[in-house]
Write a protein that binds this ligand. Sequence first.
Ligand SMILES: Nc1ncnc2c1ncn2[C@@H]1O[C@H](COP(=O)(O)OP(=O)(O)OP(=O)(O)O)[C@@H](O)[C@H]1O
Length: 294
Amino acid sequence: MELIIESVSKKYKGDFYGLRDLSLQIQTGILGLLGPNGAGKSTLMRILSTITQPTGGKVSWNGVDITKDPNAVRSILGYLPQDFGVYPHLNAVEFLEYLAAIRGLDYKIVRKRIDELLHLVNLHEVRKKPLNGFSGGMRQRVGIAQALLNDPKLLIVDEPTVGLDPEERIRFRNLLSELSGDRIVILSTHIVSDIEATATDIAIVNQGRSVIQAAPSELLAATVGKVWEWLIPSDTWMEVRKQLLVSSTIQSSEGVRVRVIADTQPSAESRLVTPTLEDAYLYYISANKQGAAV
Ligand SMILES: Nc1ncnc2c1ncn2[C@@H]1O[C@H](COP(=O)(O)OP(=O)(O)OP(=O)(O)O)[C@@H](O)[C@H]1O
């Protein structure tokens, strides 16, 4: 299984590009698509799910160009859009049966599948309750169940953890990890921790372009020797922030412990520390903004 995105662009009205010459090669596993708001993640997800056509480039699923032949991917595609909505007065079973019917899926097969999926997403006990009583996390799990109705080989999930509380977020993450098996899962997010433990591959996008695609370990390795920590007096904090790329800070009674990303030692007191994926993400986004080669 392979999804190849070659030099894909999406030009909106007024010469504005949502995507520009973006290329990625995606194999079985979970691809975490990371980028700040407005980077072009949803535009890419909509192109991959054949809702929108690119204005340039090619997307191939197992060798077939889906921009020319969208049906080549539709039957094996599961998609959870960012703005997934439910019919509030239906219960989970009715809602999933309704979606299966409009997609033309076989009722007999689907009935059994819905029962299995409701167990999988841990909603079986509440399957007969109207959806308007469901929390954000429960609705997202219904969203995942609908995306899995046809047992897709390509599962696309766009910013699924927005609005979820920390516990729901962890549960959702674990669920996606269980689902990866023999399929391609593409998970878009601007929150690094959403994909930290689960992604087999990470693509960072910014301003419509692909900044890098690599395994999490490669991203971390590239940031080794660039992350520094030291304690500064509280009143110098604003100055440090203006001059350096600050990844995080911890306030204490002795001052502020700053974590900075820099190619060379930023201060005589600073010490190198082990990078996290969050540091690596910041490093690549920042280098991309400055136009540096990364
Ligand atoms: N239909 C449209 N017409 C014009 N511009 C658009 C359209 N859809 C998206 N854009 C613009 O394209 C850029 C990329 O948007 P997109 O929604 O793909 O980003 P994103 O990474 O998903 O961000 P977010 O997480 O905020 O949704 C943004 O600047 C957005 O304003």
